[in-house]
Design a protein around this ligand. Structure first.
Ligand SMILES: [Zn+2]
Length: 277
C-alpha cells in the first residue's frame, strides 16, 4: 500500500499526481490501481473484468518461457486497391506498425505449454483492430499447414473486429482460405483449439474462430458477427440481455467453456493432454 502514502503525500504537497497510474474498470466502474491490474494478468481484482491484452503479453502468459519461436514475422501488408477513406490505407499500416512494432495483426509461431509443443497464433487488437487482411489470412493458413506437417496441435487466440475493410474482397477471401486450411488440419486429425477473447467478431468469428474442436472463451468476451445495433435494426426486435457475450454463447452451445485468464494455460494443457499431448 506504499502507493497510497506516496500519492497522498504528493496531493498534500500540491504536486501533480500521475493519473496514468489508474484505470477506470469498465466492468465495475471503480478506479483501480494499474499496477494491481497488471499483476493480476490484466484482470480487475474487484469484479474479474478481463481487460484486453496484447499479443506478446498473451504469448508470455501461455507459453513456457524461452520456448517461443516466431514464424513469418516479416510478412507485411500491401495496398493492392490503393484504398483511401478518411486516411490512406498505406498510412494506416505505417502508423499501426510503428505503434505495435509488428508488421501485421497476428503473431504466429511455435512454443511449449507445460512441455507440450503447439503451433500458436495470437491476434493483436492494437493493429487496426486485429483485422484480418491478406497477410493475417496467409499467416493463419501457414500456421495450419505447419500443424499438419509437424502433427502439432493448433491454438489460435482471436481478438479481432473481423475482416479488414481496406482490403475489401481480398480480406473476405481469407475467410474461405483459412477454413480450407483448417479442413486439412481436421482431416489430419490434428486438434485445433480456438480461444475467443474480447472481441471476436465479423469475418474472424464467421470463419476459423468458431471452427475449433474445442472453443474456449474468456469471461465477458464479445463474440458475434454484426454488432447488436445493426441486428436490431434489421430484425426490428430488441435483443435479449447479454446477447453476444461469452456466457450467453456458452448457454446456447456456441462455446464449449469459459476459462478465466489465470486458468487458461493449465486448462489448455489439460485438454492438449487429453488429445494425447
Ligand atoms: Zn472491475
Amino acid at each position: 500500500m506504499g502507493w497510497i502514502k506516496e500519492t497522498l503525500s504528493k496531493v498534500r504537497k500540491g504536486k501533480k499526481v500521475d493519473h496514468s497510474l489508474w484505470v477506470k474498470c469498465p466492468g465495475c466502474n471503480e478506479i483501480v490501481y494499474k499496477r494491481e491490474v497488471e499483476k493480476n494478468l490484466k484482470v480487475c481484482p474487484k469484479c474479474n473484468y478481463h481487460f484486453r491484452i496484447g499479443a506478446r503479453e498473451r504469448i508470455d502468459m501461455l507459453i513456457d518461457s524461452g520456448t517461443f519461436v516466431e514464424f513469418d514475422a516479416e510478412l507485411s501488408p500491401l495496398d493492392p486497391l490503393k484504398f483511401k477513406d478518411t486516411e490512406k490505407y498505406k498510412d494506416r499500416i505505417v502508423k499501426a506498425q510503428k505503434k505495435t512494432g509488428m508488421k501485421d495483426a497476428v503473431v504466429c509461431g511455435e512454443g511449449k505449454i507445460n512441455g507440450i509443443d503447439i503451433e500458436l497464433s495470437v491476434f493483436e487488437f492494437g493493429f487496426l483492430g486485429g483485422s484480418m487482411g491478406s497477410v493475417v489470412g496467409e499467416k493463419i493458413t501457414r500456421a495450419a499447414e505447419r500443424s499438419v506437417e509437424k502433427g502439432l496441435p493448433l491454438v489460435i487466440v482471436s481478438c479481432s473486429g473481423g475482416a479488414r475493410m481496406q482490403e475489401s474482397i481480398l480480406s473476405l477471401m481469407q475467410m474461405a482460405k483459412t477454413c480450407a486450411a483448417l479442413t486439412r488440419v481436421s482431416e489430419a486429425k490434428v486438434p485445433f483449439i480456438s480461444i475467443l477473447s474480447d472481441p471476436t467478431t465479423g469475418g474472424v468469428s464467421a470463419s476459423f474462430a468458431l471452427l475449433g474442436d474445442v472453443i474456449m472463451a474468456e469471461p465477458g468476451a464479445l463474440i458475434g458477427f454484426a454488432g447488436p445495433r445493426v441486428i436490431e435494426q434489421t430484425i426490428g426486435q430488441k435483443l435479449p440481455e447479454g446477447f453476444q457475450r461469452a456466457e450467453y454463447l456458452l448457454e446456447h452451445g456456441f462455446v464449449d467453456m469459459i476459462v478465466e485468464r489465470r486458468n487458461l494455460k493449465n486448462r489448455l494443457y489439460q485438454i492438449l493432454s487429453l488429445f494425447g499431448g
